[in-house]
Design a protein around this ligand. Structure first.
Ligand code: 5GP
Ligand code: ZN
Length: 113
């Protein structure tokens, strides 16, 4: 997708600190971390947001969650962590390529918004 920063990271055109890559799913550290561990898990395929998940691509979304669980373990987040996917402007989405924020490394509290 032209102009999509995460497609560019997936294509290696923009550098990122990768922590996971299985060819289909990629994860890298957020450029502006909001917790000691802040990783973005994305599919290589351009999907605009979780709003666009349907029967045709839900396997890819599931693979993101499988990868997140694996990454959380390798990051040592035994105490827990948070997985967030912002959807659309009101959801706080700024990069319109599906991604899951994996946040942890400190107690995050119960408030979500
Ligand atoms: P959103 O606001 O769409 O849910 O999350 C987008 C996230 O992508 C933000 O947390 C932002 O810091 C991160 N981000 C934006 N551009 C880049 C980039 O070029 N590299 C990396 N590693 N993270 C980025
Ligand atoms: Zn994209």
């Amino acid at each position: 997708m032209d102009g999509c920063v995460f497609c560019k990271i997936a294509a290696g055109e923009i550098p990122a600190e990768k922590v996971y890559d299985d060819g289909q799913i990629l994860a890298f550290r957020d450029i502006a971390p909001q917790a000691p561990t802040h990783i973005l898990v994305i599919p290589r395929e351009h999907i605009e947001s979780a709003r666009m998940i349907d029967k045709s691509n839900s396997r890819i979304a599931a693979r993101c969650l499988e990868a997140a669980a694996e990454i959380a373990e390798s990051e040592g987040l035994e105490g827990g962590y948070r997985l967030i996917s912002n959807v659309g402007a009101d959801g706080g989405q700024t990069v319109f390529h599906l991604h899951f924020h994996l946040l942890g490394g400190r107690p995050l509290g119960e408030r979500l918004a």
